[in-house]
Design a protein around this ligand. Structure first.
Ligand code: BG6
Length: 485
């Protein structure tokens, strides 16, 4: 089984998790710079600005800001055709609402993209990946405010204009649908820079912020198309399919509503209009939302060219005995464990077949090229005395998912543009701030407390992925030497 010859094999990271250099060359604070580190099953704390005595792992990241030439060289050695990263908004507009961009920040990405092209690696760039300028939070409440919609569009126009001849593939908001889990402070903060106050309806706040984001996304798509028809702009959702826990019709309806609630974002970004159930639902719940006719017209004019998505796991849900007629979905409360799939050390439900399901579901619904821009497993790696890392569990995870992707391409006819596993190199975990939750093909000597030499080492998965790419996905290795965790 192979993939098309022009398939975009690569790897992914995000600026705030890798770059570090949080206050270098004029960069302002971002939302990621005020989040502490946590452990396997607890949440990162969001502090009120940067506090003395707290540890903020994103401040140093893995020093990609300075070490990118060596890292890109290693990506090239693996055979990457593309490399997905994001532009830290706060490098370009340190506060977010300045008139003029920061030239030193712009120059950094010129250097990075040039370095990629040196090896014929195509950059795939996310405009907003959990790194909004923190000033936009304190001054405007993040995407609660239309001013932040405008600030984002301004930032996006500056960078798309600047890099249009270096970057062809763009994505607007990373995992825009994470905030479906509106009761979790982390997701609203990282997606939208929003903090919910006592007594507020978090779901309504989420729908308002997300509305401004889909409008911003549409305006950016329209701008890019007008500027340069060669550019392709995608949406990006976290695709965790929500299965019904049983064949009970109530569970099926609950799961259907869960899918609608998680994927209305991409419905809007792909189709240019709200799905009918959602406006009915918002009206019934009496959410007082600022959605104007101009906004709805903008949505129509800025439909994305492809759909990017992350795939890590699947979810399952069951109806409650007292469900309302809307089967209202609250992700923090409504998920159940799926006993048919194993879990990672961090409790993520590992389900390779869910990737084939995801690809078919999106293909049927959206009829657009699909791009798997994240897929991987966070695991604790052991560095052996001779600097080897035998990460067979990672190879197994990726192999099992690639097989399902290849079935979707070859047997189901799904149009998949590329595959960029998370992560190209070890970086700071977004949800926990740990370095020990490792995803990379390249081991970085850094510990959870920030100690370590920051040296890079190739893991076993590095050589395995190199072979996968060089054989167009034909040689995935042998299952027999895998160890399961
Ligand atoms: C996705 C994000 O949610 O999953 C990444 O887009 C993140 O930023 C990745 O790192 C893995 O999640 P985590 O929390 O284990 O780092």
């Amino acid at each position: 089984m192979q993939v098309p010859k022009n398939f975009l094999w690569g790897g992914a990271i995000a600026a705030h998790q890798a770059e570090g250099a949080y206050n270098v060359d004029g960069k302002g604070l971002s939302v990621a710079d005020v989040m502490t580190a946590a452990g396997n099953f607890d949440e990162r704390r969001i502090t009120d600005g940067v506090k003395t005595g707290e540890f903020y792992p994103n401040h140093e990241g893995v020093d990609f800001y300075h070490q990118y030439p060596g890292d890109v060289k290693l990506f090239a050695e693996m055979g990457f055709k593309c490399f997905r990263t994001s532009i830290a908004w706060s490098r370009i507009f340190p506060q977010g609402d300045e008139d003029e961009p920061n030239e030193a920040g712009l120059k950094f990405y010129d250097r990075l993209f040039d370095e990629c092209h040196k090896y014929n690696i195509e950059p795939v760039v996310t405009l907003s990946h959990f790194e909004m300028p923190y000033h936009l939070v304190t001054e405007y409440g993040g995407f609660r405010s239309r001013k932040v919609l405008d600030a984002f569009v301004k930032f996006a126009k500056v960078v798309i204009d600047r890099y249009q001849h270096k970057v062809k593939y763009w994505l607007t908001f990373n995992e825009i649908n994470n905030q479906t889990n509106y009761d979790r402070a982390f997701t609203l903060f990282t997606n939208s820079g929003v903090q919910v106050h006592e007594g507020e309806n978090a779901e309504a706040v989420m729908y308002q912020a997300a509305h401004y984001e889909v409008v911003a996304s549409a305006q950016v798509v329209a701008f890019a198309h007008q500027l340069n028809p060669d550019l392709l702009v995608g949406a990006m959702v976290a695709f965790s399919p929500v299965y019904p826990a049983t064949d009970k019709p109530d569970d099926v309806l609950k799961a259907q509503r869960a899918m609608q609630a998680r994927f209305w974002f991409s419905d809007v970004q792909v189709e240019g209009r709200y799905p009918s159930w959602l406006r009915k639902y918002q009206a019934a719940k009496k959410f007082d939302l600022d959605i104007t006719d101009e906004d709805l017209a903008s949505l129509k004019k800025g439909r994305v060219d492809y759909l990017g998505f992350s795939y890590y796991m699947s979810f399952a849900t069951a109806a409650k005995p007292d469900e309302d007629d809307y089967y209202s979905y609250n992700e923090a409360k409504d998920l159940v464990t799926n006993k048919f799939v194993p879990q990672s050390d961090w409790g993520w439900q590992v389900d390779p077949k869910g990737l084939r399901y995801a690809l078919n579901w999106m293909n049927d619904r959206y009829h657009l090229p699909l791009f798997i821009v994240e897929n991987g497993i966070g695991a604790i790696d052991q560095m052996e005395a001779n600097h080897q890392v035998h990460d067979n569990y990672r190879i197994k995870y990726l192999r099992d998912h690639i097989k399902q992707m290849e079935l979707a391409i070859n047997d189901d006819g799904v149009d998949v543009m590329g595959y960029t596993p998370w992560s190209a190199i070890d970086i700071v975990s977004a949800s926990t701030g740990q370095l020990s939750k490792r995803y990379g093909f390249i081991y970085v000597d850094r510990n959870d407390d920030g100690s370590g030499s920051l040296k890079r080492y190739r893991k076993d998965s590095f050589y395995w992925y190199q072979k996968v790419i060089s054989t167009h996905g034909e040689d995935l290795g042998d299952d027999s030497d895998d160890t399961t965790r």
